[in-house]
Design a protein around this ligand. Sequence first.
Ligand SMILES: Cc1ncc(COP(=O)(O)O)c(C=O)c1O
Length: 482
Amino acid sequence: MLAIINKISRLEKDQPDASLAGMNATDVTLLDDVRRVFAKLECDISNGPVVPNVTPQEIRSYLTLRYDFRKPLALNDIVADVEHMLRTWQVQVTHPRYFGLFNPSVTLASIIADTLVAMYNPQLATWRTSPAANEIERHTLGWLTNNFGLPTNSVANFTNGGAEANLSAVIVALTRAFPDYGEGGLRQLAASPTIYLTHEAHHGFEKIAHMTGLGRRALRRVATDRDLKMDVADLANRVAEDRKAGFAPFMVVSTAGTTAAGAIDPLPELARFCRSEDLWFHVDAAWGGAAIVSPRLRGHLAGIGDADSITCDAHKWFSVPMGAGMFFCRHPDAVGGAFRAENPVMPEKTVGVYDPYTASVQWSRRFIGLKLFLALAHHGESGYIEMIEHQARMGDELRKSLKRSGWRIVNKTPLPLVCFTRDGLITAKFLAALYERQIAWMSEVQLGDSALVLRACITSFRTTESDIECVVREMSRIAAGG
Ligand SMILES: Cc1ncc(COP(=O)(O)O)c(C=O)c1O
């Protein structure tokens, strides 16, 4: 890291230096240095602890003692210290034995991208302020729009994450279903709008209902089948009952890869139902959406191309750093209506393109899409297929290995997310032992009304069979009281 700082500060200070003039800074300096630093970091993290053991007070005292901000400090020293803190005091989500909450290991190309974005700091609010960045994002999103099977005139934006993409979906769906919503607000509507989703849907929808003014009670929880997928018959009943009771159903939120168990709702049936009932069909594929790239997995997402809107996070299974969500919508007019904005201060509109600040939640916007563009261009579709299918294979390995060792698998999904248990297991106690021995990071989860179980999701393209073997062996030892 220090070598990079030295070179970047030389570029900052010594612009006139003849040896640097005319060079392409990224080719000449950044790539090689980041590659070396990253290789070392990968190695250190893979061989180091996964789980930190620290109290808030310890970190606060450390910071208070060192950083009163009165006097400037040497950049080298600060960076070394911050790296020390990050290595010591965080769950290492890029560790091959981090089996966690969809936070991936990240590719070198995507790290370089984020570094370039910070250095050039392009402003993507309008097309005119950064034509290159805007077109790179449009091009990248077009590739995924096509993969999902959405029409080519669909609108797509990068977002900070899945929560923002889901918020965008609700705002656009409301705007389309209730033309008075934008000007008069919900209080102008004759009936209260309602959204249908299961208990397995992402809990961010509670906040979205709160923030949009719908209210949390506008969320209708549809029953699930024994695989935790949305029950379409129950959905139909609830919509009919709500209509009878004077509510205004307007949206169904399905999930393709639920957070807890990786379940995929029955997308084709839901698409048909929504079409027949004139309901907005949203697919939250924040994690599972990347499976569309894989010939082996994409069949499980059949029906996603009929969605009115889709959420998919690049910072999950596309293995780029946070934050990089994506929002796709097949109704450009509804998106334009929901986010329209006029401002005489902003640069003049360019004919034939849209300005992202008039078609998304954000105003000023960072060049989020470069990390996916660079990683895709570097690895190619074939590289991504390999990364995604490798993780799916590791998920299968984990399932098999657990079963062989007497664990019970309690969820059903083709995606690499495994929920499991065994008789007498006390999850909190078990996880404490797992963390203390630095074997792996995983979590506990409650599926439906049943007791807590363990949840392990493969999120690293570096996880190998031997990581899995080692983790299952050690877990069985702990469970046996060893
Ligand atoms: C299915 C699903 N949707 C949405 C989100 C929220 O995404 P983000 O954390 O990127 O905002 C998550 C997060 O894990 C998720 O699993």
